[in-house]
Design a protein around this ligand. Structure first.
Ligand code: 5RP
Length: 230
């Protein structure tokens, strides 16, 4: 029988929502898995849970507002107790991540960086032995000079492809930037690669999240598994 990925995502999301406690400042991720997290949080808020959310995208902010989740910005809170977000790849063992196929990597990284705990929610298809096995690394770049930035990325052996929203219309992030999806032949040292990418002028940030996840909740056909960072 084919696996219902949405059902798995929802199961993992609801498990992660159990980590949220009264009066927490909670980072709200972006994507189809984070959607179920926000939905689950909305149900708990309707039941009396008191939290303040900091969303990682306009999309998530709209969903959270529609569910009555109180929102704030970094103007009010510079520290977040717990962020729950999705990912595109999770490396088994290290819990290093690739994020950003959903287009929100910069805000997601800022929110993750401000968080005491980052809990990632995925279905089993997202687990890989080596980062880059399945997906490209999204790199957010300024619109100005993006072709020159792409050329510098090629010098790191990337094959950058400008992401499009529609034919002839590049995808524009909430921050007003472009995204270059970069395939790498093999990623042996993701931390070094993250530093090298982020050192290129014109790069705003990249979707390598190294050493940031505190735990990963994985929904598999045999149940929910929680993997904790060492
Ligand atoms: C958005 C992200 C998402 O967390 C990632 O793309 C996973 O999305 P989904 O849950 O829809 O597979 O990084 O920028």
């Amino acid at each position: 029988m084919p696996v219902d990925r949405d059902k798995l995502k929802q199961q993992a999301a609801l498990r992660a929502v159990e980590f949220v406690e009264d009066s927490m400042i909670v980072g709200l991720g972006t994507g189809s898995t984070a959607y179920f997290v926000v939905e689950g949080l909305g149900a708990r808020v309707a039941g009396g849970l008191k939290i303040t959310g900091i969303p990682t995208s306009e999309r998530t902010a709209t969903q959270a507002r529609s569910l009555g989740i109180p929102l704030a910005t970094f103007a009010e809170h510079q520290h977040i107790d717990l962020t729950i977000d999705g990912a595109d790849e999770v490396e088994r063992g290290s819990l290093n991540l690739i994020k950003g196929l959903g287009g929100a990597l910069l805000r997601e990284k800022i929110v993750a960086n401000a968080s005491r705990r980052l809990v990632i929610v995925v279905d089993q298809e997202k687990l890989v032995d080596r980062l880059g096995d399945h997906t490209a690394v999204p790199v957010e770049v300024t619109q100005f000079g993006w072709q020159a930035t792409a050329a510098r990325l090629k010098e790191l052996s990337a094959e950058p492809v400008l992401r499009h929203a529609h034919e002839d219309h590049p995808f524009i992030t909430d921050g007003g930037n472009y995204t270059l999806d970069c395939r790498f032949p093999r990623i042996d040292d993701p931390r070094r690669l993250e530093n090298a990418i982020n050192a290129i002028v014109g790069v705003v940030d990249c979707g390598l999240f190294i050493g940031r996840a505190s735990a990963v909740v994985v929904a598999a056909s045999d149940g929910i598994h929680v993997m904790n960072a060492l």
